[in-house]
Ligand binder design. Structure first.
Ligand code: ZN
Length: 71
């Protein structure tokens, strides 16, 4: 019973993130990994530069890993 409130908060956060992701045009599939308020690459864990996030708000990988992923 003690963690009931936490579950609700997590669900609300997931809902909000999903709503934000759905509102972004051309956002690639995937969930962004955020550490210390910064989006980090889902592959290597390196912070994704703000310039890249400005161009690709839904980016889940750094440029190197994205190029690797796309082949
Ligand atoms: Zn990377």
């Amino acid at each position: 019973m003690s963690d009931f409130g936490d579950e609700g908060q997590v669900a609300e956060t997931l809902y909000r993130e999903g709503a934000i992701a759905a509102a972004l045009p051309a956002a690639p599939a995937g969930i962004q990994v955020v550490e210390d308020g910064r989006v980090v690459c889902a592959e290597c864990g390196e912070p994704i530069p703000a310039a890249r996030l400005g161009a690709m708000p839904g980016a889940t990988r750094c440029r190197a890993c994205q190029e690797d992923f796309e082949g």
